[in-house]
Design a protein around this ligand. Sequence first.
Ligand code: ATP
Length: 417
Amino acid sequence: MRAEIIAVGSELLTPDRLDTNSLFLTSELNQLGIRVVHKAVVGDSREDMRSSFRHALDRAEVIIASGGLGPTDDDITRETLADLLGRKLHLDQAILLQIQERFRRFGRAMPEINIRQAMVPEGATTLPNPRGSAPGIWIEDSGRIVILLPGVPVELRTMFEEQVKPRLVRIAPSERLHKRDLRITGLPESDVEQRVSPLYAMYPDTETTILSSPSGIQLHPRMWSADAAKAEKILDEITGRMALALGENLYSMKGESLEEVVARVLTENRATVAVAESCTGGLVAGHLTDVPGSSSYFLGGVVCYSNDLKTSLVGVPAELIASKGAVSSEVALALADGIRKRTGATLGIGITGIAGPGGGTPEKPVGLVHIGIADERGPREKAIRFPGDRERIRIYATYAALDTLRRYFPYSAHGRG
Ligand code: ATP
């Protein structure tokens, strides 16, 4: 069963307001086995809205529109649809009474303009709105179902749960969406795609989307099927092969965040960590403590921006900073080793880099970050050059430090989380 969502409202075409209703509706429809094949955002224009509805009626069996059911002149969703379907609007006395009663409860008389919210297209079912005045509308027409819901997200959600979902459940197909969520670090999106794309042809019933975020790449293989066991088996197979193709770059097969995986491997290995951060300014400590229970593995950290604090708080020799520079392999190693020794943590992480926009040189360009990790055998270090602006460099460096921690533990490198 195919669905289309139309978000109505001129404000949704400005940079100020985002259509979030369709995200909620898509998730709900997918759970019912209904595929969303098209989404549209349209302003409060009769002509544009009419065209959106006409196209939607051509390609989907279920059409859900949100917004434009209010009392003002620009709320024309109801009228536009009724006109398109050739249905007259009539005043529903019961709805009018409900709206008047609602206003009375709030100690006000109903303004005249609210009468239009009680106008219902011929043959439509109205859907009560316990959270607002505008009722929803359900119309069946030539094998299509059109559902009009209010734009206010809390009203839409309540009405969907209470009125729409129970009706759709009765007619929804037995197909369901089955999906997986694989998380990857250390490879650019194009490399991930290159490694896994040969699998797509082997599993033609599946569809995989690839997403990029500062914490890495996400692969979402999905499959629609009425046979849950079969779908799960096929997804097991394709994700198993993806895991082989991705190797230790894969850190979770069930959508865990990098922070959660780091928390898990540190806890499983009874290891603790402390950090000495320069260019990330405490972001690594912040992300490590995002996970509840982090006190069992995170001892603490130092933000040592100045050279003096690198020396006084972490023990980095002043001569080393003078001879090699604050942004250097040697200082990252000394930061990692120093913070480990001073805190007694199992592992120490040291980060120094140039986040920019100023301060870069040909030898040490903006985006160069050194990440050190130390254990009882001593410190190791790697240098990475991140692209982008200051914000991106700092967040990428933070995730690279978390990834360094994850990869320290061989089990996690297999990414079977
Ligand atoms: P009301 O009778 O309460 O006015 P309505 O159906 O006319 O309901 P709108 O006026 O279109 O709804 O929108 C009401 C509020 O909900 C606005 O603040 C609007 O920005 C917000 N809204 C509308 N559509 C969406 C959407 N698709 N996603 C998120 N917010 C939305």
